[in-house]
Design a protein around this ligand. Structure first.
Ligand code: FBP
Length: 552
């Protein structure tokens, strides 16, 4: 077969499971009844069949008496995250242990596969090929949202045809919200199909008291940190570049914060802090230019800056500017037509004349490439495609302009050479670290136990994750417990609360206590590549975020 030497060895890795899942049939213990994190009355009314269910934890059971076969359909939803294949192999091994006649079906290309009835049976041979590998290619993923009853009914048709007991939906906050809506709907119509969710996303923003981390965050941040470390070593060797590195993570800055804790770069911006302090773009540029100038005074004309992907939307004045531009250039509007008729060289001036005074000032201050991205690269609804804005270049160019001005007034002496990077896809499909391999396999196995216990509307939960895997606590959390009401597309909707970086949290506080030191002296850490074989202190490391959060 066409596989690498590492893949060949890695295929033999046996993921570690919590004790409760290693022996016999796990005993399901019911804990306290739950309430949603907020808006309890509204959520209870919307989920009469799945609200208020108890927390579940598993304990080691007696030797398993064979139960009836269980048939499960699995769906991968949204962006790739390392470990998805292990969730699927965990489900497979779990249901086969319950009864070897159990069957696992994978819906192809994400939630759309359920609606379009595109699926394949996942046999032992297929599963074995994908154990401990990165990627979602075993069945593919997609971003179709399962939101409408018509989708649910189409899904039920195929679930009935395949005689499925349950669907397991592996996804982020939105996909798990929709999984819960689906669970409620199937419970309401007595469909006889359970729905279980699994917490996935490299962004790390699906977490709470009962879900300690989303899978993939560990591996992805390890990969990015390896690359950042390599760049830091290059920067420290050549001593001639400032590297501006944008990191994926959509809105939340968990990835940037975790990578900062692992590598100790000179500058890390945290979007949540920017929003909290209501910082302007100019203040951020001042902060960065100040560090560049001070390092230059010490003879260090190099450095590394980490920038979270979602930053731009957290800068209040940029948010206002983007919203004004969205209105001004709305697809098919009179103003948009006028804009299109203008000669290219007159467009920016025209835009400035149409914006509010503050937004016009901000727009004027932006480098021309960014002005073009803001006005021309728009999505099918005419909105600015925020994720495509090259924030790293925007900041690099603005810092350069600021340094030029400081040079003129004698406040900066030095050379400012830049290199730009964007890390995201480099880590999303990496072979899962031991942590993610074990965690994902445990999440999948947990899902099989929840299904066999007849549960629905639960998310697989594996806790105590900074302890060795056999001390992990597996169980289930009612998805409604994580919900609150939020405005989405103009309507109030029940959704799982997105976890942004907590400014009162231990990981961020530690970072703040250290960032001054990291800015001016060169304290880089070079984490090196993920280690799959070797001493446990190197191979089984969890994230710094988890260590700080759990005070380990
Ligand atoms: P999920 O939230 O679906 O897990 O996706 C995570 C993510 O990698 C974000 O960090 C990033 O903004 C987005 O997906 C990019 O997705 P795409 O490649 O589909 O544009």
């Amino acid at each position: 077969m066409n596989i690498s030497a590492l893949q060949k060895e890695r295929a033999k890795y046996q993921p570690k499971l919590p004790k409760s899942l290693r022996q016999g049939a796990a005993k399901v213990v019911e804990g306290a009844k739950t309430e949603s994190v907020a808006d309890q009355k509204e959520i209870a009314a919307l989920f009469p069949n799945t609200y208020g269910m108890p927390l579940l934890s598993f304990e080691p059971g007696d030797a398993a008496a064979e139960s009836a076969p269980i048939n499960v359909g699995v769906i991968l939803s949204g962006g790739q995250a390392p470990g998805g294949h292990n969730v699927i192999s965990g489900i497979f091994d779990g249901i086969k242990k319950i009864n070897p006649e159990s069957k696992l079906y994978g819906f192809l290309g994400g939630p759309g596969g359920l609606v379009d009835h595109k699926y394949m049976e996942l046999t032992a041979e297929i599963i074995d090929e994908y154990r401990n590998t990165g990627g979602f290619d075993i069945i593919g993923s997609g971003r179709t949202k399962l939101e409408e009853e018509a989708h649910f009914d189409k899904g039920l048709e195929i679930a009935k045809d395949l005689n499925l007991n349950a669907l397991v939906i592996i996804g982020g906050d939105d996909s798990n919200t929709n999984a819960c809506v689906l669970a409620e709907y199937y419970a309401k119509i007595n469909a006889g199909v359970q729905v279980i969710g699994c917490p996935k996303t490299i962004d790390g923003d699906l977490k709470n008291g009962m879900i300690e981390t989303s899978f993939g965050f560990d591996t992805a941040t390890k990969v990015y940190s390896e690359l950042i470390g390599n760049i830091q070593r290059d920067a420290n060797s050549a001593k001639k570049y400032w590297h501006f590195i944008k990191l994926m993570g959509r809105s939340a800055s968990h990835i940037a914060l975790e990578c900062a804790l692992k590598t100790q770069p000179n500058i890390t911006l945290i979007s949540e802090e920017v929003a909290d302090k209501k910082q302007t773009l100019s203040e951020i540029v001042d902060y960065m230019a100040g560090i560049v100038a001070k390092r230059a005074e010490n003879g260090d004309s190099f450095g590394v800056a980490l920038i979270p992907e979602g930053l731009i939307e957290f800068i209040p004045e940029m948010k206002v500017l983007i919203s004004e531009l969205n209105d001004l250039l709305a697809e098919g509007s009179e103003s948009e037509k006028e804009f299109r008729m203008l000669r290219k060289s007159h467009r920016n001036e025209w835009i400035e004349s149409q914006l509010s005074k503050d937004s016009a000032t901000v727009f004027k201050s932006l480098p021309s490439g960014i002005k073009t991205q803001l006005t021309l690269d728009r999505d099918p609804h005419g909105n600015v495609q925020v994720s495509l804005i090259e924030t790293e270049k925007l900041l690099g160019e603005m810092v350069k302009t600021r340094l030029d001005a400081m040079k003129n007034t004698g406040h900066y002496v030095g050379k400012f050479g830049t290199q730009y990077h964007f890390f995201g896809y480099e880590g999303r499909c990496a072979a899962p670290s031991n942590f993610d391999a074990d965690y994902c396999y445990s999440l999948g196995y947990t899902a099989s136990v929840l299904v066999s216990a007849g549960k629905t509307g639960y998310m697989s939960s594996v806790r105590n994750t900074t302890a060795p895997a056999d001390k992990w606590i597996a169980g289930g959390v009612p998805v409604t417990m994580m919900m609150n009401m939020e405005k989405r597309h103009g309507h109030m909707k029940p959704v799982i609360q997105k976890a942004l970086v907590e400014l009162e949290g231990a990981p961020y506080k530690y970072f703040v206590s250290k960032r001054g030191e990291w800015a001016y002296s060169t304290n880089f850490i070079y984490p090196g590549p993920i280690q799959y074989f070797g001493p446990t202190e190197v191979c089984d490391l969890t994230t710094e975020t988890l260590k700080f959060e759990q005070n380990r």
